[in-house]
Write a protein that binds this ligand. Structure first.
Ligand SMILES: Cc1cc2nc3c(=O)[nH]c(=O)nc-3n(C[C@H](O)[C@H](O)[C@H](O)COP(=O)(O)O)c2cc1C
Length: 181
């Protein structure tokens, strides 16, 4: 099974990137998780959508060929970071690569709310006609105080959080399998 991973932070020491790397390693026996370099996408421009740069075509192809998409996002000003929205805008046009794609969402922040507001926005965006993704129902992962839950090497070490993500990942993979029956 192939899962395309979209991380909503482009900073080197990103907690969310560390979380994505942790998940990629922890669940490697379950699926192949590929973190896509969406920070390299140019700003979406409708004039270019029929003749997009190669990086756009490459990333869209990987999303199209994936069995599911995992979003790992911070919250910026009560929403998702702009370059994550930019990737979604590219995905929503011409070959609409997110349509019916099974999605899992997870997010972390040093604050207490753990990206609640960003994830609410993301779910709304993913329900737009050009995206029409399927988001895993009944499972939400908000990791607050994330800086206290990673060790110096960036590994998630907070056991209750790990156990919760294990459960949600299990639910996600089983749900994807049911979608393809
Ligand atoms: C432009 C900007 C806006 C932010 N807005 C929010 C916010 O609305 N809510 C929140 O909980 N944290 C907010 N933060 C703090 C982020 O949660 C924090 O910087 C986090 O570490 C970013 O994720 P990352 O470590 O994966 O890069 C904001 C940070 C930046 C740089």
């Amino acid at each position: 099974m192939k899962i395309a991973v979209l991380v909503g932070s482009n900073r080197k020491e990103s907690f969310n990137k560390k979380l994505a790397l942790f998940m990629q390693k922890r669940y490697q026996a379950t699926a192949e998780f590929e973190i896509l370099p969406i920070e390299q996408l140019p700003m979406y421009n409708q004039d270019d959508e029929l003749t997009p740069p190669e990086i756009v075509t490459d990333i869209k192809q990987k999303v199209a060929q994936s069995d599911g998409v995992l979003f790992v996002t911070p919250e910026y000003n009560h929403s998702i970071p702009a370059f994550l929205k930019n990737a979604i805008d590219w995905f929503s046009r011409v070959d609409k690569v997110m349509v019916n794609k099974p999605v899992m969402i997870i997010g972390s922040s040093p604050g207490v709310l753990g990206t609640v507001r960003a994830q609410m926005h993301l779910r709304q965006i993913l329900n737009s006609p050009g995206i029409s993704a399927l988001t895993l129902p009944g499972n939400e992962v908000f990791i607050g105080a994330v800086h206290e839950k990673l060790d110096e090497s960036g590994n998630l070490v907070h056991v209750p959080t790990i156990q919760f993500i294990d459960t949600v990942m299990d639910n996600y993979i089983n749900w994807i399998k049911k979608q393809s029956l």
